[in-house]
Ligand binder design. Structure first.
Ligand code: SAH
Length: 339
């Protein structure tokens, strides 16, 4: 038995054709799976009944299994999901005004090794397949009925798993009615792959986890900076066509005594001069695994106002989900032991 969700759209069309049915029945099947989200083949009423029987004899309809769900007081809900091979990932549902944001994972673990991030501690276990990414979204959709935004800000570096993430984006946009304009891909800055991804999906929104205003500290905390330096990131942002540039969000995790001084704010402001960006400041989410601290709120506000004085739009992301350990950099699902 094989998971029907593991088949790409063209594979589903090939399958039904090989069984003697017209290819459009493959489209119908995909619609049942992704749009109508039916869990049983026999409920797929517009498929020929012999095809339905064949499918239920050879395939199962397998979504990630939700093994834990923790809801915070503001409605932010963390889902722990188990995959077919027993690996686990987390996804977070964040209610916002007029829509719901889904923060989803792209890998089990991560190999970028950022020193402040709990997900990095396990290293990369494996890439997710496209259907394990869309599967998280399908599971979260069971709990909401309003408009959905997707952010690739859960576990993993999405551009380190470009192919499967691109497949997932394609399925979501073609079959689930979620436009890439409503998806944000967050990256440590794998610039070649970013350009490749934007060629495929020009309207995809981009967030860059810059986090430090200079190479010295960025390299110390984010080893990937040895490959793509701060200068590389900035010049790559400048090269993106203006429309794409407008969409770039700069993420900056504020860590007490590390990168949160007024001088750092000025340095950051100068670095980004001339770029159309908005800045998301994320006060560090403390966790039991790592020693870094969150700066006091007035220090955070000070940092923000310095940048605002310099003309930037700045949002401070006082994390939702902190109380349930679902905030940025706190996702750390481990096989067989929850979080
Ligand atoms: N790998 C991608 C996607 C993960 S997004 C990326 O790095 O962009 C996770 C975001 O949370 C990143 O901006 C990261 O810098 C930030 N982050 C990691 N650990 C954090 C922590 N403990 N507190 C606050 N933000 C954190």
């Amino acid at each position: 038995m094989k998971n029907i969700y593991s088949l790409e759209h063209r594979e589903v069309r090939d399958l039904v054709q090989s069984l003697g049915y017209p290819a459009f029945q493959g489209d119908n099947l995909y619609r049942w799976l992704y749009l109508k989200r039916v869990q049983k083949f026999h409920e797929m009423t517009d498929l020929p009944s012999a095809l339905r029987t064949y499918l239920s004899d050879h395939y199962f309809i397998g979504l990630p299994e939700v093994i834990d769900k923790v809801r915070g007081s503001d409605g932010t809900t963390k889902f722990l999901m188990e995959l077919e091979d027993g690996e686990r990932v987390e996804a977070v549902l964040i209610p916002e005004k007029g829509h719901t944001t889904f923060c989803i994972s792209s890998q089990v673990g991560c190999r970028m090794g950022c020193k402040f991030c709990a997900t990095a501690l396990s290293g990369l276990v494996r890439n997710l397949k496209f259907h394990e990414i869309t599967g998280q979204v399908l599971r979260l959709l069971e709990d909401v009925d309003n408009r959905v935004n997707i952010v690739f800000m859960g576990m993993g570096e999405p551009l380190d798993n470009l192919e499967e993430v691109a497949r997932a984006i394609e399925v979501m946009s073609k079959w689930m009615g979620i436009s890439p304009r409503r998806m944000t891909l967050s990256t440590v800055g794998l610039v070649d792959k970013l350009e490749e991804m934007l060629l495929k999906f020009p309207s995809l929104r981009v967030a860059l986890s810059l986090n430090f205003p200079d190479d010295e500290r960025r390299t110390q905390f984010m080893p990937i900076n040895k490959k793509y330096s701060v200068g590389d990131l900035i010049s790559s942002l400048r090269k993106l066509p203006i429309k794409k540039r407008e969409r770039v969000t700069i993420e900056y995790v504020l860590m007490e005594g590390i990168n949160d001084s007024r001088a750092d704010a000025i340095k950051l402001g100068k670095l980004l001069r001339g770029l159309k960006v908005k800045i998301n400041l994320i006060p560090y989410n403390e966790n039991e695994f790592l020693p870094w601290k969150r700066p006091k709120n007035d220090r955070v506000e000070d940092f923000a106002s310095k940048l605002r004085e310099m003309g930037y739009s700045v949002f401070v992301r006082y994390s939702k989900g902190n109380e349930i350990k679902a905030a940025c950099g706190q996702l750390r699902a481990q096989r067989g032991q929850g979080t």
